[in-house]
Design a protein around this ligand. Structure first.
Ligand code: CS2
Length: 485
């Protein structure tokens, strides 16, 4: 029987372990969203920073609802393995977490009021924020926001907890923490700031003013492909480390973190883990969201329609691969010039990363939450392309794959895994087989597509034509035509 990972004693020599004395460092970060991505990304950079320059920067990891990971990490003294998938897998044990909380919002709020916490970072996924992005304000209809506005002193959601903690710190004369969103949202810092300010102003006007003056919300671009942990991850970790690890994650070798350098309460030396500190992350973020994530979403829906389970299968498909590249190029055209970006080189690097044979990244996983992801991945670059009179066909094709996937799910009576899933299913059913109605109604969902895009008859016509063709001829046939178009 294998023993559980609970300490760093007698691990095989080729397993990397923390290069610092864990007990010598206090906790300075509260992280919300203890998912695989956080464990494979920010926590690794923090582990490097602790080894590099020390400091009281260990992480208290927290999940708002689920208890599984926090329990597993609790049983493992906060330790877990990152399995870096490459030609040869490498196991690295991360020691950056001092403790983990799960499913206990009151305990999370208490922790957030602790003066030792100087950074509150987040990877909670796009849908958890509850921010109306068009209005740059809190979304009063978001379930967690609505509940927390009723009971602001017993918050359950992201905005409620951050605001309540800042309020307590203010009344107790404690400096605020820096709020660091690490989710794939455009302008994630300013966006979260707008959400917190909106929430605070609804409960306490003076608090809103204080947050506006005192609290930093640096923006970030985060990147590391991190497929969901599977039984194979756990088995491979067991084989490499000789330990059972219920919090193990697997990821690719590449990692990138670009951060706006605005941390009034200090920060770890994350540059030791490869982070780049810049004055403005927006161009990096646009490149990543539109090219990597944009192509990912195309791969997800096309892959689901073509029965390609993994990203690597999609880039190995001779008809789909050129369309993925075409999509990246079209997205690249929308990026600011003179910002030092090299979209062509980035596209080639992405194709290599996507092809990594050791990474089994499921198209099904990426297909989730389309209504939350597609505005920044597809619709913003479409709007920009329309403004400059560029070629929007790659985006229209991508949108048609999404709609065709929704139609395929409706045929099987399946609700899409999306916060607006029930509405999407209803609209798809109501449209019956009519592609025009389907495109018209889904793309008119509030806040999804800029009016400049839905208002373009040319773009909408192309979407409807592609959708009709995909439904009548099948995506494979349409891809052949697209390749020569
Ligand atoms: C993916 C991202 O699931 C998805 O939507 O596009 O999680 C992607 O793998 C990461 O952003 C890569 O950094």
């Amino acid at each position: 029987m294998t023993t559980r990972l609970t300490d760093l004693d007698d691990l095989p020599a080729n397993v990397l372990t923390p290069r610092y004395d864990r007990t010598a460092h206090g906790t300075g970060i509260l992280h919300l969203g203890l998912g695989a991505f956080h464990r494979a990304h920010q926590a690794v950079a923090t582990d490097d920073a602790l080894a590099d320059a020390g400091g009281d920067w260990r992480i208290l990891g927290a999940n708002l609802r689920s208890r599984d990971v926090s329990q597993a990490m609790g049983e493992q003294d906060g330790l877990y393995t990152v399995l870096i998938r490459d030609r040869q897998d490498q196991a690295r044990i991360i020691g950056a977490h001092s403790a983990a909380l799960g499913g206990d919002p009151a305990a999370i709020l208490r922790a957030a009021c602790d003066p030792a916490i100087r950074i509150l970072s987040l990877t909670v996924s796009e849908k958890a924020y509850g921010i109306d992005r068009a209005a740059m304000d809190v979304d009063d209809d978001h379930p967690a926001v609505a509940a927390d506005l009723q009971r602001p002193d017993a918050p359950q959601g992201v905005l409620g907890i951050i605001t309540a903690a800042l309020s307590k710190r203010r009344s107790n004369g404690i400096s605020p923490f820096t709020v660091l969103s690490c989710d794939n949202l455009p302008d994630n810092g300013p966006l979260l700031r707008a959400g917190v300010l909106g929430f605070a102003r609804r409960t306490d006007k003076a608090l809103g003013g204080w947050i506006e003056d005192e609290v930093a919300f640096p923006a970030t671009m985060v990147d590391r492909i991190t497929p969901a942990t599977t039984d194979k991850t756990l088995q491979d970790v067991r084989d490499l480390t000789g330990r059972d690890d219920l919090a193990a994650v697997e990821t690719e070798p590449f990692s990138q973190w670009v951060i706006e350098d605005h941390f009034p309460q200090g920060r770890p030396t994350w540059e030791a883990g490869g982070a780049e500190f810049v004055r403005d992350v927006r161009s990096h973020e646009a490149m990543k969201l539109r090219m990597l994530n944009g192509a990912h979403s195309l791969i997800a829906y096309a892959g689901q329609l073509l029965d390609l389970p993994h990203v690597r299968d999609a880039v190995a498909d001779p008809q789909l691969a050129p369309l993925i590249l075409r999509h990246m190029q079209a997205a690249g055209e929308t990026l600011p010039r003179g910002a030092g970006l090299d979209p062509d080189r980035y596209a080639r690097a992405l194709m290599d990363r996507f092809a990594n044979p050791a990474i089994a990244h499921q198209t099904r996983q990426i297909a989730m939450d389309g209504t939350e992801k597609l505005p920044q991945r597809w619709f913003a670059p479409t709007a920009d392309t329309l403004k400059t009179g560029g070629d929007t066909r790659p985006f229209a094709f991508a949108v048609a794959t999404w709609l065709a996937w929704l139609a395929a799910l409706a045929d099987r009576d399946e609700t899409p895994n999306d916060p607006r899933g029930p509405a999407l299913l209803k609209l798809t059913r109501e449209a019956g087989g009519d592609s025009g109605t389907l495109a018209g109604s889904v793309l008119a969902l509030p806040g999804l597509v800029p009016t400049g895009v839905t208002g373009s008859t040319d773009f909408m016509r192309t979407v409807v034509r592609k959708l009709t063709e995909i439904r009548s001829l099948g995506l494979r046939e349409v891809m052949k035509q697209e390749a020569v178009a």
